[in-house]
Design a protein around this ligand. Structure first.
Ligand code: A2P
Length: 318
């Protein structure tokens, strides 16, 4: 498995199992299957509300000697309710307890959005807190603290624009190591990727398959289907592989980390095997032409009346 070197020499595997939308009841089996297929990287988050079951699967696999902790790469994410300097540790500790781990490999600020502590999903502006009140710099100081306490080996962000990364890094003692964002052929984010490469930030691609299993309220009626893009289908035929495998191979061929989600054993095996597919320069440039700057995860759920969050200022795109 290809991996990327962090500044301390740790290697982040290029492919991980996404666990957003993996239901409790399914995710234990998915994680055990993934481990037996060879996955060593698992992408988790407090807000996915399934970390306890993932923890049970990791624990059982470690106890049976199938894998040891040092071979695993476990990422999790700070929820928006815990952006205050003294709250970061609390959220991380809930995650560590659920995952039955002593430390994470990577902890990310999930969104550049702060919420009231008792509001898990805001329904109106009163559940949100302005970034001028709890600043991203303050949250990052909390992240630096848990890093120095060795509760995580690395720290980073998710859903951050170049502008927000730059703002945090200006005052950071420990610079951002990873940015996890939505990436697929219809949202290639070339400038963001270039910027992150220059700043030695590893980029992780989420929703690489278009996250078709999102709840209806999060989906647009006329959403494009990545699996039906003719160029993707044709490249798949050329390699005797599925469109999903082409999408995963594309992400790894352009040197990003990718975290496709599946709870189905055959599909998660197929996704794992896609890491070895080499696309030609011509195929890469064909896919390069498909960019439409199309987001499946728009962030509109944070652009609530009565708050100062908008879709435009979330992504810093006017
Ligand atoms: P399932 O979990 O039943 O396999 P994303 O990673 O972009 O969030 O996409 C996840 C969605 O893609 C889920 O609905 C998942 O379903 C589906 N999926 C994952 N792998 C494949 C695959 N190889 N072929 C088709 N669909 C897939």
């Amino acid at each position: 498995m290809k991996s990327y070197a962090m500044s301390n020499g740790d290697q982040m595997p290029a492919l991980g199992l996404g666990t957003w939308k993996s239901e409790p009841g399914d995710v234990y089996k998915a994680v055990r299957s993934a481990l037996s297929v060879g996955y060593r990287h698992f992408d988790c988050a407090y807000i996915y509300q399934n970390e306890q079951e993932i923890g049970a699967a990791l624990h059982d696999a470690i106890m049976t000697g199938e894998v040891n902790r040092e071979e695993l790469w476990i990422t999790s994410k700070l929820w928006n309710t815990h952006h205050g300097l003294s709250d970061v540790r609390e959220c991380l500790q809930i995650t560590l307890k659920a995952l039955q781990l002593e430390y994470l490999d990577l902890y990310l600020i999930h969104w550049p959005v702060a919420q009231q502590k008792d509001v898990i999903f805001p329904e109106d502006g009163s559940g949100l807190i302005s970034l001028s009140e709890i600043t991203l710099e303050e949250t990052w100081r909390g992240m630096e603290e848990v890093l120095s306490e060795k509760l995580t080996r690395h720290i980073g962000v998710s859903n951050f624009s170049t502008k927000k990364i730059d703002r945090v890094n200006q005052t950071a003692k420990h610079k951002i190591e990873v940015n996890q964002v939505e990436l697929h052929p219809l949202l290639q984010q070339k400038e963001l990727l270039e910027y992150c490469n220059e700043e030695n930030i590893i980029v992780t691609a989420y929703s690489p398959l278009g996250s078709r299993d999102r709840i209806a309220q999060m989906k647009a009626d006329d959403e494009p289907d990545l699996f039906k893009i003719p160029e993707i289908v044709d490249i798949g035929k050329e390699h005797n592989c599925s469109p999903a495998q082409v999408l995963i191979a594309w992400a790894i061929n352009r040197d990003t980390v990718v975290i496709p989600k599946s709870t189905n054993e055959a599909r998660l095996r197929q996704n794992f095997e896609a890491a070895d597919i080499k696309l030609s320069l011509e195929e890469m440039s064909q896919i390069d032409q498909l960019d439409k700057h199309y987001r499946y995860v728009t962030g509109a759920f944070f652009a609530l009346p009565g708050s100062d969050y908008t879709v435009a200022n979330l992504w810093d795109e006017e």
